[in-house]
Design a binder for this molecule. Structure first.
Ligand code: SF4
Length: 385
């Protein structure tokens, strides 16, 4: 498939990995912000192709993972109410709250529906005037424009029975928080290509300058990732700290100005809690004053719900790069993708789930003695292997 297969070429990947080996003269720690990139790195064995001293730290960029448990509980409380049609993308339905998930609410008679766009939920509101229709609007800057458009359209059509349960988070404040955290180890960043396709990358030169770190806009295919890593290492080795774009086929410096204009109209910046990390100042969006009437939290009076995370979970340490997932004592025991205790096991894009799903908790010796065909790198013949 055009724009996919040519970015999955194993021979080119090996050549690029060899180049990285020749470039890196000392250890470096690089964070990929996005959960989609984490998943691709682990699935394709990209981290295993790198020189021993180059460590990939898996950042907080999985939207399902960083949605606070408290917000899941609020979604469950709204979805269980009579005369509510609760709409969501499919990935949020199996995320466990304190007691059950949205699938269970549906099984108990709640009207929970998977939609493919928030505009489908607006259409449901128009067709069901006697019902309250709620869309679960979570995610980064990538999903926000469609959610903003849904309330914009609902207001234009005069629909008073549509609302958004909002938990949007923003990448630049998260990067800033990581760089300011005590004991930060990250020396360079791969920026999430899809976020930058909406927002551009004009917000990042300030961070590169302030913290003296390279940031490279990077895609999701194996060759995209290797190129992003290579460019970060070239900068680190030469003492430069700039913002580069290694995803030019999708991303421009300005980004999508029309989307940014709509976002600025519908949302306003607010402090947000990130699951596994805590509250990061000015790191999210909520509906602006002009659109506050569409806020599901206010419409359903659920702001009194407060929830505690499992004390066993060390997702915050995983997200800061202080430990790898398998170093958490609950990994693969109390905590699995079927029964996740914490943020980074919840979605397949979370670092703990990626390590679990691709067998990264099994030693090479155990794997050999079991003669196992467990998932291995999609690109064979890693340059350092
Ligand atoms: S393995 Fe589970 S409990 Fe441990 S850090 Fe990851 S998500 Fe939290």
């Amino acid at each position: 498939m055009k724009y996919l297969t040519e970015f999955r070429n194993g021979e080119v990947a090996q050549r690029m990995a060899r180049e990285i080996h020749q470039t890196a003269t000392r250890p470096w720690k690089i964070m990929e912000v996005c959960g989609g990139q984490t998943h691709s790195i682990i699935r394709n064995g990209i981290d295993q192709m790198l020189p021993a001293g180059i460590e990939m730290i898996h950042g907080p960029g999985c939207p399902v993972c960083v949605t606070p448990l408290e917000l899941i509980d609020k979604a469950l409380a709204i979805a269980a109410q009579p005369d509510v049609i609760f709409c969501s993308f499919g990935d949020m339905l199996r995320v466990p709250g304190t007691e059950g998930d949205l699938f269970q609410v549906k099984g108990a008679g709640g009207d929970v529906r998977v939609v493919y766009s928030p505009l489908d939920a607006v259409e449901l509101a128009a067709k069901n005037p006697a019902k309250q229709v709620v869309f679960f609007g979570v995610g980064f800057e990538t999903t926000a424009p469609a959610n903003a458009m849904s309330v914009h359209v609902a207001r234009r059509r005069g629909l008073t029975n549509y609302s958004l349960l909002v938990s949007h988070v923003l990448v630049p404040p998260a990067i800033e928080a990581i760089l300011q955290s005590p004991g930060n180890q990250v020396q360079g960043f791969l920026l999430a290509g899809h976020v930058c396709s909406v927002m551009g990358y004009w917000e990042y030169p300030r961070l590169a300058e302030q913290f003296g770190i390279p940031l490279v806009v990077t895609g999701f295919e194996p060759l995209d990732l290797l190129e992003g890593i290579r460019r970060v290492i070239v900068q680190l080795e030469s003492g430069r700290h700039e913002v580069e774009n290694a995803y030019e086929r999708i991303v421009s410096f300005e980004g999508n100005r029309a989307a940014q204009k709509l976002l600025a109209e519908v949302f306003e910046v607010t402090d947000r809690a990130w699951r596994g990390i805590g509250v990061i100042p000015k790191s999210g969006w909520r509906l602006s004053e002009a659109y506050r009437a569409f806020d599901a939290e206010e419409r359903f009076h659920i702001s009194g719900i407060h929830t505690e995370e499992s004390p066993l979970c060390r997702a915050g340490d995983v997200l800061r790069g202080a430990i790898k997932p398998a170093e958490c004592s609950a990994f693969g025991k109390e905590c699995t993708p079927r029964h996740p205790l914490g943020a980074t096991m919840v979605s397949s894009e979370g670092a703990c789930a990626a390590y679990f799903n691709y067998g990264r908790f099994i030693s090479a010796e155990d794997l050999a003695s079991a003669g196992s065909g467990l998932a291995g790198p999609a690109i064979s013949g890693a340059a350092n292997g």
